[in-house]
Structure formats: structure tokens, C-alpha cells
Design a protein around this ligand. Structure first.
Ligand code: HEM
Length: 400
């Protein structure tokens, strides 16, 4: 069995839609990832994806950006404003666990900082499962940590969240509740359909935990990179400092450009189910691994220009070219949370007051409004032991 690497943008784009390549990045992380949406294939994947996409009904994004986002962002910013400083690698998880818990369907009945700390701990431990494939040491202790964390997640959050939703769903059936009273989250969608699709309880537990994880980790990574790029840009382009404070569409453009340069999954990985002739011209035999390098594809000069490896929020691209490149994947497993995280790509006539900015830009705008800037006394640090470029710590100060 060998490994084929794909680095070209168009080749990567086409390969992501090939039905004979099956997800394999999370094979080692089955303790959490077994049969969750991103690891399913074929008909089973199609049915589950269609089911979960029901959450995005017509007005979902308005509801999310008007009702869910503002209180969560205000609470997270206020928490750190009281302190006058923050670490983006702590701010991000504190804001994101609330958002992805709501989206996944995990209730936070207390709403306290201590409860948020517990969920942040759970998020960190579950995150170990997603990167087990890249871990070279003894994996068993890590798997045990993930198992124990899933049990904690179940006992402290999942069981009660299920019970509340079951009661509401029963109320819908006997007419004591209306559709509008049901939460708009993945857990509710799954519980309402568990008889129609093969969804045992442990499967629903893992799927809910996966959503909680998938949305948060990726967004924290994207937010920290984007803030760093904007801080650096403002330092070298003082003429744009005011623009970052007054032009939210420009901030979203900065976020998309940063997402292109720093995809939170730098590679995706597939296994060939049969001999496949790849768009790159390579051939993959049965069980060969195909690594699709989003990081390199997103920096292709032929697609993004001579300065493709640099941050340039003024980059001009054809209208059909997503500014964030392949960061959210394409094809069969395209990210379900893309619009939530990145918002809508603006057009020339977009009204900034009615625009859908997405979670990452909304968080960035709140930080900019709070006058966030790098802490001059505590330099940011990169994560030394991770293959992808990641921040270990990014201290900032807030306020005047
Ligand atoms: C900046 C933020 C995000 C990035 C960069 C990102 C990136 C990705 C990528 C690259 C994939 C495809 C993986 C593959 O092809 O193997 C993916 C899939 C997925 N993402 Fe995201 N994601 C983000 C945020 C979110 C959020 C906020 C949610 C949910 C609330 C989410 C839910 C999912 C799900 C459910 C899938 C699996 C889709 C499927 O297999 O059909 N993501 N994401």
C-alpha cells in the first residue's frame, strides 16, 4: 500500500468529489469518530447528511446571527474585558464552546464560568481523538482518556440534554408544544429521527460530541490566525488601521484570506476503495492512501497569483473562486458549518448592515471593537510539537 500526495488546487478540488475515495483521516480516532458523519461513506453518509442538513431551514442563519451569536460573544468579551487582557487560545474556546454546544444540542443549564471551564476541558480531551492518526507514541492511554471524557460528557451534559428534548418532542406529538418551541440543534434532529435512521444511543452521543468538537477547534484556530494576520497587516499598513474598525466587510475579507492561508485541516485523507485514476494523473491501487494537501493547494500561484503565499486582503479573484480556497473542503464531505463559520462571501452590492458575517468574523469584530492588540509584554508562541502551524498561546490586551 502506498500513499499518493495531491497538491494542485484543481486536482485537489476534483479528487474531493470522487466516490471511490473513502474518508480515512480519522481511522485511528474511532473511539470518538466511529460512524460520525465525516467518517461515513456512500448511501449511509448521504442519508445522515440530508437528515442533519434539515437544521439549516430557511431562516436559520438569521436566527443564529440575531439570537444565538450576540449574547455568547458579548459574554465572552465582557469576561476578558473585566480582566483587561486575554489569551486568544483561551478566548476562542470560551466563546466557541457556547456556540457549538448550542448548535450540537448540549444544554448549559448553569451558564456559569465553572460550567464553561468543564466544557473547555471536555473539548480539549475530545480533540485528542481527531489527531490520533498523526500521533506516533502509544495510543491506548489517549484512547482511554477520550473514553473517560465521553462518559463525563454523557453524565454531566448529554443525558439531561436528551431528556429535555425527548419531553419537548413528546409534547409536540401530543399537542402541548409547538414546532417553534423545539431547539434548533443536531441532537433534536437526531432524536426526532432515531427510528427512521439506524441511530443507537451511543451513536447519537458520539455524533453530538463530534459536532461540539468540529465547530469549536476549527474556528478557534481560524480566529487566532486571522487576528494575527490583521494585527500584522495594521502594523505594516497604518492607513488600514481605521478601516479595520469601521469596515466590517473588509474584516471579513481579511478573515477569508487568513482562512485560505491557514486551513484548520491542512490535509484531508482518503483510502481508495478500488483502483482509481486520479485527476492529478496518478493512479491509486486498492487501499492506497490519498493525501489531499489543502495547505499547499490554497497557495498555488496559478490560482491565487504570484503572492499566493502572502496575506493580501486586496487580492482580486474571479467571482466563482471562493476566497478561502479549499479550507472547508468540497464535494461529498464539504463542511456543513461553512456558512456558519465563514458567513456569506459578499458581492459588490452587499449591504454591510444586513450581511451574514459568520462566527469567526463576528468574533474578530467584537475583539477589534474592544480594542484588542498583541500584549507587548507576553509574546505569542507557536505550538512546537504539531505538524500543522498552530498557536500555543496568543496573549492580547483589551481596552484603552
Ligand atoms: C473555520 C471553521 C471550519 C473549518 C475550517 C472546517 C473545515 C472542514 C473541512 C475541511 C471539512 C471536510 C473534511 C473532509 O473532507 O474530510 C469539514 C467537514 C465538516 N464540518 Fe467543518 N469546518 C469548520 C467549522 C465547522 C462548524 C462550525 C461546524 C458545525 C457547527 C462544522 C461541521 C462539519 C461537519 C459536520 C463536517 C462533515 C461533513 C460531511 O462529512 O458530510 N464545521 N469541515
Amino acid at each position: 500500500m502506498s500513499t499518493v500526495h495531491i497538491t494542485g488546487y484543481h486536482e485537489a478540488n476534483k479528487s474531493l468529489s470522487l466516490p471511490d475515495l473513502k474518508q480515512s483521516l480519522y481511522d485511528e480516532g474511532a473511539v470518538l469518530m466511529d460512524r460520525v458523519l465525516v467518517t461515513l461513506h456512500g448511501e449511509e453518509h448521504r442519508v445522515r447528511r440530508l437528515l442533519e442538513m434539515r437544521i439549516f431551514k430557511k431562516d436559520f442563519f438569521n436566527y443564529y446571527s440575531e439570537q444565538v451569536l450576540p449574547p455568547v460573544i458579548n459574554q465572552a468579551v465582557a469576561y476578558y474585558q473585566r480582566k483587561g487582557s486575554a489569551d486568544l487560545m483561551e478566548f476562542g474556546p470560551r466563546a466557541m464552546i457556547a456556540l457549538t454546544a448550542d448548535f450540537a444540542g448540549i444544554d448549559r443549564p448553569l451558564g456559569t464560568d465553572a460550567e464553561a471551564d468543564t466544557l473547555i476541558g471536555i473539548l480539549k480531551a475530545l480533540g485528542l481523538a481527531a489527531t490520533l492518526g498523526q500521533f506516533t507514541g502509544d495510543r491506548e492511554p489517549i484512547k482511554e482518556t477520550v473514553r473517560a471524557t465521553l462518559r463525563q460528557f454523557d453524565e454531566q451534559f448529554f443525558t439531561a440534554s436528551v431528556a429535555r428534548r425527548r419531553a419537548l418532542i413528546a409534547g409536540l406529538k401530543d399537542g402541548t408544544h409547538t414546532e417553534e418551541q423545539l431547539p434548533r440543534d443536531i441532537l433534536t434532529v437526531l432524536l426526532r429521527n432515531e427510528d427512521r435512521v439506524d441511530l443507537p444511543r451511543d451513536m447519537i452521543l458520539r455524533e453530538t460530541a463530534f459536532y461540539f468538537l468540529a465547530g469549536a477547534h476549527t474556528s478557534v484556530h481560524s480566529l487566532t490566525h486571522a487576528m494575527h494576520e490583521m494585527f500584522t497587516w495594521a502594523e505594516h499598513h497604518p492607513e488600514d488601521r481605521a478601516r479595520l474598525k469601521t469596515d466590517p466587510l473588509f474584516v471579513q475579507r481579511c478573515v477569508h484570506e487568513s482562512m485560505r492561508l491557514h486551513p484548520s485541516s491542512p490535509v484531508v485523507q482518503r483510502r481508495a476503495l478500488c483502483p482509481v485514476h486520479l485527476p492529478s494523473g496518478d493512479d491509486a491501487a486498492v487501499d492506497d492512501t490519498v493525501v489531499i494537501d489543502l495547505f499547499k493547494a490554497n497557495r498555488q500561484v496559478a490560482v491565487f497569483g504570484e503572492d499566493a503565499a502572502e496575506f493580501n486582503p486586496y487580492r482580486v479573484l474571479p467571482a466563482i473562486q471562493p476566497p478561502y480556497g479549499l479550507t472547508f473542503g468540497v464535494g461529498i464531505h464539504t463542511c456543513l458549518g461553512r456558512e456558519l463559520a465563514a458567513g456569506v462571501v459578499p458581492k459588490a452590492d452587499t449591504d454591510p448592515l444586513k450581511h451574514q458575517y459568520g462566527t469567526v468574523t463576528s468574533l474578530a469584530l467584537a475583539l477589534i471593537a474592544a480594542n484588542a492588540r498583541p500584549d507587548p509584554n507576553r509574546p505569542a508562541r507557536r505550538e512546537p510539537n504539531i505538524a500543522r502551524e498552530a498557536w500555543a498561546s496568543y496573549p492580547i490586551v483589551l481596552g484603552a
